[in-house]
Design a protein around this ligand. Sequence first.
Ligand SMILES: [Zn+2]
Length: 493
Amino acid sequence: MTRLPSRHARNCAVLSPRMALLTLLSAGLLAAASVAPGLAAQEILISGGTVVTSEGRFAADVRVREGTVVEIGTGLAAEAGARTIDATGLLVMPGGVDPHVHLGGNRRDDYRTGSQAALAGGITTISNFAFPAGGRTLAQAIEREAALISEQAIADVILHAGINDPETQEGQMTTLAAETGQTSTKIFMVRAAFDAEVPDYMATMDAAGRAGVLTMVHCEDGPILARAVAELTAAGRTSLEYFPDSRPVVGEVVATQRAVAMAEATGAPIYAVHVSSEGALRVLQDARERGLSVFVETRPIYLHFTRQRFEGPDRGLYVGQPPLREQRDQDALWAGIASGSVHVLGTDHVAYRRDEKMDPSQTISRHRAGLNNLQVVRPMLYSEGVVQGRISEERFVAVTSTNAAKLFGLYPRKGTVAVGSDADIVLWDPDETRTIRDEDMFSGTGFSVYSGWEVTGWPVMTLRRGEVVYEDGEILAGAGSGELLRRGRWQAP
Ligand SMILES: [Zn+2]
């Protein structure tokens, strides 16, 4: 795990006595009778705001007790000792759910700094991938990550078991769902070995479907990409300038077609991660129209940048797989979010520092793919989407929270503001205009590719299970207060 301290680390490592008390209270470990009068014990009343869910928006107060939303209505009165939060002029939205995050390994964010970046950006549930190494089972891979989560996480966490070797996995799907409560897995069509193992992957997908486990699929075709890289290399075009050409759209489209065919043949649901092109999106939209359980995620960088970025000197910053595409692809993805055919905006957060991303030794075949996105994915989408008139506030909530909560078996505990749901709430100032700055980032990378962008709409406070965990630029909860969530089976959004 990375040990690089973020500049905010000192503020966050230790719970203040008040927050420690609140944590205990919300965990139900202290009797109400022992609470000193005047302390904001179990109740928080969020008053005067506008609640926004994926279904609509309405003026309402929200009463939170013991980590849960217990009442929504107008003119609610605070109980004695409650903390009242004035949300006049603010949106009261469900905390974000990001099902595509990479933490740990040789990268600069672990569960702690990843949580801090997420919570500061209004995301209360993050994810990570657990890959079984050296003959381990999927359940053992989950167990290893669970130990790190209990030490480090502040946001709540879900895990996807990644499949390295499909031959050994078929019998493990039921165990995965029943024993670990983690109901998703991931396969990589881009792997060189994929073609030789298609029968095993199909058996795994089939078993996953029967166990209520959602299969995430990275749709790029290995042979088509390998050929493109070989041709560019033979022509001496190995610089990152040619990165978009090294992973052509056709490779994404054909892999997406094949993934859809595998879903159709097995009857199992699939979730296409980081869809980048109009062509791949069309394949998935067509499958949906034919009634298949096929779901679509895109990634923030595709909404805000095109392949033109590879013409500039800072091209290394934008390397991700698949690459940035053309303007028409970007337009298709925005239209998909607006219409509902793109279900989830997942960050695909990968934390490398700026100097690592800019390393001049990188080539089309050796590079650091991915970038950090957790803290500003929602502000960027709100500003470029809602404020610019491309999408509604309801769609904003749907693609950053509700749909992922449904697909990953968390709804209605997560993904909405409703009586009985966890009080994972972000108070959002729709009018606040800010310039994104490296120095405000909690990620261990210390930078944002969006630095310098002026955005309108900003999270001012985040509650996770009823605890104020982010306020006025500070993280208020300590490492280990986040939980690994047990999940049910997937639901269609
Ligand atoms: Zn990823």
